[in-house]
Design a protein. Structure first.
Length: 112
């Protein structure tokens, strides 16, 4: 009675925005990896992101552990892109502190 060893690709796919998703879920690779780095077990991660299967979570973590440098480079690139988006949004919105102050002042003057 033998077992056939099969090679499997990691359960990662790129979406339309080039983000890596786990399995057929919409769960981002970075969410799984950061949760794992924060000490969450694969079971806890699967409970947190119920659309991803436990097998896909384990396979994703295994892939990360075998290709740590590549995944870390991807995560750094994603964080840099997120920072660029934040900066563009902040530049368009301007300083919202004044708006917040006015809304809070109005909230305290409105009878209720």
């Amino acid at each position: 009675m033998g077992i056939t060893i099969q090679t499997e690709a990691p359960p990662l796919r790129r979406d339309a925005s080039w983000a890596l998703r786990v399995g057929q879920s919409r769960v981002l690779l970075e969410l799984v990896i950061r949760a794992f780095e924060d000490g969450a077990t694969p079971e806890a991660i699967a409970q947190r992101y119920s659309t991803a299967t436990l097998a896909d979570i384990y396979a994703t973590i295994a892939y990360y552990l075998r290709h740590r440098e590549d995944i870390e480079a991807y995560l750094i690139e994603r964080e840099q892109r997120a920072q660029q988006v934040r900066q563009r949004i902040e530049a368009r919105q301007g300083d919202l502190a004044d708006l917040r102050s006015r809304l809070l002042a109005r909230r305290h003057t409105v009878p209720g």
